[in-house]
Design a protein around this ligand. Structure first.
Ligand SMILES: Nc1ncnc2c1ncn2[C@@H]1O[C@H](COP(=O)(O)OP(=O)(O)O)[C@@H](O)[C@H]1O
Ligand SMILES: [Mg+2]
Length: 420
């Protein structure tokens, strides 16, 4: 396995962010130390405090003679089984009973694995290993998710303002909740100008500002009050769309909200405005999937390139974002062709949506989704393509996206069955 190459896609690897824990590693070899250092830089490890030392188990014995052991101790063994077991024996005297231990070794040794697990070691990892696998393992140790949904956070961001990012975010959230029948929460982060309320023709009494006001006091009960139920499977958190409060919040303002949302629904869609504050950057970088919406002109291309470069640098263990071209073929506007645009970014466009003033205008004015306004329009298939690209591969639409001809008959039969 090569720890350098980012995975093709992490769609099947839903890893819960690691909580605020201390992790200390004592390595024998440079590649293992560097892999753990790279894991420590991952978005999911943001809160954890990681320190990587050399010297293996002997250095750990020395270090913990005086000081307390961390939440997780990672030890690399040299392959000398007897020596390792002896060192662990010695360490166990200094180890706090709550400290978890992970051992890294050069061989895939089942016998040793069993012995270590019997001794209370949490995991044995064979080196070399993928950075993402190490992150998943640490996550599993600290965030057992038995039965709880582990929400997938999908950010939608425009390469420029007004490119249709919000409209597409709303349609994607609605599509996930409707066609996939999978509970979704759509959050409007465009605090001053957001359109979630307008586009769903709703006027929720609470807004995302309530989450800002509550800060770290926000809990599941208050979150339930802030979310507005649009349908059985779709909740929205609207923007107040008021200008009293400037949006210069701290970088971590939405951490509690996002953490609670992950635990409350399998799909969390963030409609992010086109600006660049610390809290926005932190929200987009911490997402499981990012959709970049761009319109085919030069400024969009430059901005999309900058976003992609940033993601490559700051999210090395994640798949690249999905590129959605929107407003393609706007009348009388010279534009860069979609293949040229995507080619310059060295990625493929997940969808290319034409400029259709009437459909988008009518949907926006009526507070409807595109599929409600014009169920037969091909653009709905593009929305389905975007959804498919950000959902786990195992997720399947439960309802046909186009209404079946037999639908009225089926619903009549269902009603008759219910009445009898
Ligand atoms: N493909 C399209 N064709 C025509 N109009 C569009 C298209 N996509 C979005 N729009 C319209 O463009 C306007 C801006 O869209 P919005 O989603 O608010 O953009 P953003 O969130 O990127 O600022 C809205 O009036 C929307 O209805
Ligand atoms: Mg917007």
């Amino acid at each position: 396995m090569n720890a350098q190459t980012p995975p093709e896609g992490t769609a099947e690897l839903q890893i819960a962010p690691i909580p605020r824990v201390s992790i200390q590693a004592f390595c024998e070899t440079q590649p293992v130390a560097s892999a753990i250092n790279r894991a420590a830089m991952d978005r999911r490890m943001n809160k954890a405090h990681v320190k990587v030392n050399m010297g293996g188990a002997n250095a750990a014995i020395e270090a913990y003679r005086e000081s307390p052991t961390p939440n997780l101790l990672v030890l690399e063994g040299t392959g000398d089984r007897e020596a390792l077991l002896g060192q662990l024996e010695q360490l166990s005297e200094a180890c706090d009973p709550t400290t978890k231990v992970v051992i890294i070794g050069p061989f895939n040794d089942i016998q040793l694995y069993r012995e270590l697990i019997d001794m209370g070691v949490s995991e044995y990892v064979c080196a070399p290993f993928e950075v993402i696998d190490f992150i998943a393992l640490v996550s599993k140790i600290f965030t057992p998710t038995k039965g709880k949904p582990l929400g997938r956070v999908i950010s939608v961001v425009g390469a420029k303002g007004g490119v249709g990012a919000s409209t597409l975010a709303h349609n994607v959230a609605w599509g996930i909740a409707t066609a996939y029948n999978s509970p979704a929460v759509l959050v409007d982060f465009d605090i001053a100008f957001g359109t979630v309320g307008l586009n769903f023709n709703q006027d929720p009494p609470a807004s995302i500002m309530d989450a800002v006001t509550m800060g770290e006091r926000l809990d599941q009960t208050s979150l339930e009050r802030i979310m507005f139920r649009c349908s059985e499977t779709l909740n929205i958190i609207a923007a107040p769309a008021m200008l009293e409060t400037p949006c210069d919040f701290g970088d971590t303002t939405f951490d509690t909200l996002l953490e609670l949302l992950r635990g409350s629904a399998p799909n969390v869609i963030l409609d992010l405005p086109h600006s660049w504050t610390g809290w926005l950057k932190s929200a987009v970088l911490s997402s499981d999937e990012v959709v970049v919406v761009a319109s085919p002109d030069l400024a969009n291309l430059r901005n999309a390139k900058n976003l992609l470069d940033l993601f490559k640098l700051e999210r090395p263990n994640d798949a690249p974002p999905k590129l959605v071209m929107n407003m393609v073929g706007a009348p009388k506007r010279p534009e860069i062709s979609v293949p040229e645009f995507a080619g310059a970014l060295e990625i493929e466009a997940t969808a290319a949506i034409p400029y259709v003033a009437k459909l988008f205008g009518v949907a926006a004015n009526n507070g409807q989704m595109l599929a409600e306004t014009e169920p037969s329009n091909k653009i709905n298939e593009s929305i389905s393509d975007i959804i498919r690209s950000v959902m786990t591969k195992s997720a399947e639409p439960t309802k046909p996206t186009k209404k079946s001809l037999l639908a009225p008959l089926e619903s009549l039969l269902a009603r008759m069955k219910k009445a009898s």
